[in-house]
Design a protein around this ligand. Structure first.
Ligand code: NAD
Ligand code: UDP
Length: 337
């Protein structure tokens, strides 16, 4: 199958492209490199022996999309391209709505014009907002608490309305929990620009000596040890969830909404301890005030993904830390190494 992967040089996209190539698909990667590096393509080629076709460009570039759909027999699109920093989204809402929402609308218009009506969309557990109950099931109320989450929910709505208007559309809305880890080769992984916002890359950079210590944002939450709890999922498990979604879309039209998580909650302290074991060293940390806007605890109900996709996560938190550490220690400066 010929698949257009937007945002395919990014963290989750690159791991998914590896699995798509390994499954024998023809892959076109479209990425404007605003948050990733072109070197990712070489690394993907090293892993698979088979480079994807790379187009440096923007999903908001209508002319470029028209050309892509005219030149290639694209059957489906996996749409990762977007901005993802929660804090920045609150500071720069227009930039987030323009890229994440308007960008998706332009892509969908050009897909419709080209009669390509199958899409897998990167949504997020942030669409749920403050937990009314846990684990979050797919029918949990949707009430995002920040601009980034609103941008994801808006695109979900656009896709649902589109599928209602035209039953030929096949749509998978994948609500990711917290992706971590790296490909077992150590050749690709998460390479955040600047100071990492997220826990795992921060811990990894402390371990490799790039940062002095971790700040733990609060140990007074009503959780198992007082620190925040999340559902961390190995990025290769997340990637395989996309292949399962493609199989589902071959057989089913309409809209699928599904969590991609493990169903397991891990606290900040538990993650630190698992990382210490993986890297065989202590991670210095200091407990500081809570981070504004953080939820104390959330994790997925993973039953529906298993039922509808026949997919479930394979890797535990120890393996996520081992693979993160292999990537970080082999590439202390990310793709610049
Ligand atoms: P990432 O930043 O590594 O990848 C996104 C890629 O999209 C980057 O390579 C970036 O250069 C590209 N991009 C951004 N805007 C673009 C545009 N207008 N045109 C073309 N390319 C563009 O992020 P990721 O972690 O791989 O996330 C992929 C998707 O999954 C995003 O939509 C993100 O919102 C979503 N998601 C991520 C997480 C997470 O914690 N990483 C959680 C839930 C959902
Ligand atoms: N966290 C932390 N220190 C950091 C980054 C994150 O203690 O430097 C905590 C954060 O408060 C949350 C958990 O780690 O409880 C996961 O945070 P992350 O930003 O990775 O994911 P998100 O909060 O977006 O789900």
């Amino acid at each position: 199958m010929t698949i257009l992967v937007t945002g395919g040089t990014g963290y989750i996209g690159s791991h998914t492209v590896v699995q798509l190539l390994e499954a024998g698909h023809h892959v076109l990667v479209l990425d404007n490199l605003c948050n990733s590096k072109a070197q990712v393509i070489d690394r993907i080629s090293q892993i698979t022996g088979n480079p994807p076709q790379f187009i440096e460009g923007d999903v908001r570039n209508r002319k470029l999309l028209k050309q892509l759909f005219a030149d290639h027999a694209i059957e489906t699109v996996i749409h990762f391209a977007g901005l993802k920093a929660v804090g920045e989204s609150v500071q720069k809402p227009l930039m987030y709505y323009e890229n994440n929402v308007s960008g998706s609308v332009v892509l969908l218009e050009e897909m419709a014009a080209a009669q390509v009506k199958s899409i897998v969309f990167s949504s997020s557990a942030t669409v749920y907002g403050e937990p009314q109950f846990l684990p979050y099931t797919e029918s949990h109320p949707l009430k995002p608490i920040n601009v980034y989450g609103h941008s994801k929910l808006m695109v979900e709505q656009v896709l649902q309305d589109l599928a209602l208007s035209d039953p030929a559309w096949r749509v998978a809305l994948l609500r990711y929990f917290n992706p971590v880890g790296a490909h077992h080769s150590g050749l690709i992984g998460e390479d955040p620009a600047g100071i990492p916002n997220n826990l795992m890359p921060f811990v990894a950079q402390v371990a490799v000596g790039k940062r002095a210590q971790l700040s733990v944002y609060g140990n007074d939450y009503d959780t198992k040890d007082g620190t925040g709890v999340r559902d961390y999922i190995h990025v290769d498990d997340l990637a395989s969830g996309h292949l399962a979604a493609l199989e589902y879309l071959k057989k089913n039209a309409g809209v699928l909404k599904v969590n991609l998580g493990t169903g397991q909650g891990t606290s900040v302290f538990e993650l630190i301890h698992a990382f210490e074991k993986a890297a065989n060293q202590k991670i210095p940390y200091e407990v500081v005030a809570r981070r504004e806007g953080d939820l104390s605890e959330y994790y997925a109900d993973a039953k529906y993904s298993k039922m509808v996709l026949g997919w479930q996560a394979q890797y535990d938190i120890d393996r996520m830390c081992v693979d993160t550490w292999r990537w970080q220690s082999q590439n202390p400066n990310g793709f610049n190494d």
